[in-house]
Each structure stands twice: as structure tokens, then as C-alpha cells.
Design a protein. Structure first.
Length: 128
């Protein structure tokens, strides 16, 4: 494809795919337990090293820290920073990729118009 010939266009796409792929492997369910109408899952966050207990019922879901190398407040802060940073990077990459794509489309449109104008100018039937 001609669009991906320039590295400026390929890098954001690779970064987006890489981040989306890595996020799929961030959490691992370590254990789960079902009691009455509550499901508890112990989920390990591989990026922070914290283990979260997530509880689910039909109406609500909640989570809290079960085990972490940091204090509970620090772990929550680190997790929020990672999540916000991840979202900002994904949004920036999507915007960057969109801007580059639309600039490419705009450049192609200009080239197409130039070629059409050259064809019309070189056509003897239009130059009478």
C-alpha cells in the first residue's frame, strides 16, 4: 500500500496495535469463588503487581485491593495514572493517525486534480 510507505504513517498504527495487544494481557484471573448470588474473582494486575478482588452480583460490581507491593492508596493512584496514561496515549495515537491519514487523502486529491488539469490542458479538443 502506498499509504504505509512513509514511516510517519506506519509508526502510530504499530503503537496502537501494540498497546491494544498488551492491554489484553494486563490482568490475569488468579482465583474465583461463587457464593449464593455473588461471584468473587481475584485478579492480578501484571503492570502494578497488585491483586484485586472483584465482586459481581446481578445488580452491582465492585473491586478492592487484596494484595499489593504498595499501600492501598498508592496502588490505587498508580493504577489510575496507568489507566489515564494509557487512554491518553491511545487517544493521541488515534488522532495522530487520523491527521496523517486525512493529510494523505488531501494530498492525493490535489495530485488527482493536477493530473486532470494537465490532461485537459494537453487535450487538443479542449484547447480550441
Amino acid at each position: 500500500m502506498d499509504f504505509f510507505a512513509d514511516k510517519k504513517r506506519l509508526i502510530p498504527l504499530i503503537v496502537i496495535i501494540l498497546l491494544l495487544t498488551l492491554s489484553q494481557f494486563r490482568y490475569e484471573t488468579v482465583a474465583s469463588k461463587t457464593k449464593d448470588d455473588i461471584v468473587l474473582k481475584w485478579v492480578e494486575d501484571k503492570w502494578t503487581g497488585a491483586t484485586w478482588v472483584k465482586g459481581y452480583t446481578v445488580k452491582i460490581s465492585a473491586s478492592r485491593i487484596s494484595n499489593s507491593p504498595f499501600s492501598e492508596d498508592t496502588t490505587i493512584l498508580i493504577t489510575k495514572i496507568i489507566n489515564i496514561g494509557y487512554d491518553v496515549v491511545i487517544a493521541a495515537m488515534v488522532i495522530w493517525f487520523g491527521v496523517i491519514f486525512f493529510r494523505y487523502q488531501k494530498g492525493n486529491t490535489r495530485q488527482t486534480h493536477r493530473k486532470e488539469e494537465e490532461e485537459v490542458a494537453s487535450n487538443p479538443y479542449f484547447n480550441e
